[in-house]
Ligand binder design. Structure first.
Ligand SMILES: [Zn+2]
Ligand SMILES: [Zn+2]
Length: 306
């Protein structure tokens, strides 16, 4: 069975909250790991509604320091301390993210029960920021009014998958499995080998989830998000307001569809809708003209990356 790899959408609004939508936040789960991606106002409320335990987040990834992506962060961190968290919390984001959190803690004279380690994303078009056993996270520089990063969550892992029965019947010792995964043949006595291909099969392709918010229409990100199994791309406006999108460094639904098509993504989720739209069904129709496998991200819904 495939490892858990899913995203729960907590907020799909942009600058102003509406009765229907909250600002950006989502939870990404990869195996036993759980991450918070952006933390707009209302994140704690949405987590409670979805039964997501506050303390089970290992790391937070902040795209940029506009309020609709970070104003929930000081509150969430304070709550973790009230829950007596002791595990270190990792926060990834652009420069200033530490100042923001520390200022709120300082003026409230709040002492946290746990340590925060800040990881400032390198100012580069593309960089790997996490390289852990089983997964990697990459940052992509987006073109927005202030420094902003999209994040790519990608499974990593062995080059080959073990054929357990073949290994057992050939008495391959367990300690050799890692070498098999890396493609080595098994030498059971000097000069006597069993070919790797008789003991393993190619590993399944690594799944990839890309979160791209906020950005002006920017085809230069396409090579980095190529073949995402799921792509979340901001679509703040409909294309009738293309000029407004450009002026505010945001994208339209049509442009999100073009990016998904150019990147050969499997599925596109639209989000970050301007508060001027109460009904966002037209976003889906518009993006579908460029990329048919498009849906509107629904708050509270969990999407499996497959
Ligand atoms: Zn935003
Ligand atoms: Zn923004």
């Amino acid at each position: 069975m495939a490892r858990t790899f899913e995203v729960t959408i907590l907020g799909t609004g942009s600058a102003k909250p509406t009765k229907q939508r909250l600002p950006s936040a989502q939870i990404v789960r990869m195996g036993p790991k759980q991450f918070l991606v952006d933390c707009g106002e209302g994140t704690q409320l949405q987590m409670m509604r979805k039964g997501i335990k506050f303390n089970n987040i290992q790391a937070i990834f902040i795209s940029h320091l506009h309020g609709d992506h970070i104003l929930g962060l000081p509150g969430y961190i304070s709550t973790l301390s009230l829950h007596n968290r002791t595990k270190k919390l990792h926060i990834y984001g652009p420069p200033g993210v530490e100042d923001l959190v520390q200022l709120v803690l300082k003026i409230g004279r709040t002492h946290l029960s746990f340590e925060i380690e800040y990881h400032i994303v390198p100012k580069a078009p593309f960089s790997q920021i996490v390289d852990e056993f089983g997964y990697s996270v990459y940052a992509v520089a987006l073109k927005h009014r202030i420094e902003c990063y999209g994040y790519i969550f990608e499974e990593a892992g062995p080059e080959r998958s073990i054929l357990k029965e073949a290994c057992e019947s050939n008495n391959v010792p367990l300690h050799f499995y890692e070498k098999l995964r890396m493609g080595e043949d098994f030498e059971y006595s000097p000069g006597q080998i069993i070919k790797n291909k008789d003991l393993t099969i190619p590993a399944s392709p690594h799944r990839k989830y890309s979160y791209m918010s906020d950005t002006i229409y920017d085809p230069s990100i396409v090579p980095y998000i190529r073949q995402s199994d799921l792509l979340y791309h901001e679509s703040t406006f409909l294309h009738a307001l293309e000029a407004r999108a450009k002026e505010t460094f945001h994208s339209t639904a049509k442009q999100a569809g073009i990016i998904a098509r150019e990147a050969d993504a499997n599925e596109l989720l639209l989000g970050h809708f301007s508060s001027r739209y109460s009904d966002v069904s037209a976003f889906e129709e518009e993006a579908k003209t460029e990329f048919p496998n498009t849906s509107i991200a629904q708050e509270g819904q969990t999407y499996t990356i497959k």
